[in-house]
Design a protein around this ligand. Sequence first.
Ligand code: PMV
Length: 344
Amino acid sequence: MKKSEYRASWECPSNIAMVKYWGKKPAQLPMNPSLSFSLKKARTTTTVELQTAPKRTVEFLFEGQPSPFVKRIENYLSTMSIEHNWLNNFSFNIESSNTFPHSAGIASSASAFGALALCLNDIKQQVLSRQFTETQFLQKASRWARMGSGSACRSIYPGFALWGRMNGFPNSTDCNAIAVDEQFHSDYYLLHDAVLMVDSGTKQVSSSAGHNLMNSHPFKDARIAQASMDLQELIKAMKAGDHTRFFELVEREALSLHAMMMTSDPSYLLLHPNSLKVVKKIQAFRQQTGLAVGFTIDAGPNIHLLYFGYDKSKVHAFIETELMDLLEDGKWLDDRIGDGPIKL
Ligand code: PMV
């Protein structure tokens, strides 16, 4: 076997948005700002090896097997090569694996494009014999990740990440995410995300098709304004440690994302009857116990139960006793806020 000329290997987490990105402008720029936290356990590991070649070829193995995701990577590299010419001169061997199942209700494209973008920028430094500062490197990786999957740009940073231009955050931009280094109430660094799998069926609508529906959505302007307002308020609540307001806003954001889908043309109902039952149970549990718990939902039927680490045993007991029958084969995963990508 020929030795690879350049090689990089990175592990990158997925992330979960509290203020949702929904709707995009050309070049994968977001219609509205979003705020997420990176996960700890749900991660993609990717290794990229390059050899000089007359034209670009791509081989991709996912968990040791050829995967149709290779098409998406080919398209991605072809788009990126318009600005980054060096991508044209190599054959690419890419291997990837995830710590979580594909249908888990965790954004696998976020961790996948995060890991790929980190590898490619690592290799870019080798190919061009340049060393970026850490800040430059992460910013570039976040931009590259955005071009693969918008939400992936937030996966490059540990803890909380903000993507999109936002008043009060001078470094914020639509082009990449930034780390949010506001001092939030200490509880928010203990955030946990129990991913409750209601239905693992294939998506009714891809997220790109979903984003496109926002272009002519009758509530487009109101949604953009709402997301910015929610973000400002959420940051205030997180600084003050106002958990009641925090969960009100996070839940409203999730429901607003689904409201957009329910009222687009064509409309989509992505929730499963059990998604609503789980949501109702979480709200009743909060009311009965007074615990700081709530939910968020991405563009699918699975529910993310958010809670703080110090309530772990009570929340786990609640899931095991009250929610199991509503979950597909009783499946759920427990994750928490994480420390970001790792170079291997
Ligand atoms: O990154 P995409 O294009 O798959 O969009 C995902 C958008 C949501 O997950 C629904 C919300 C978000 O901000 O992560």
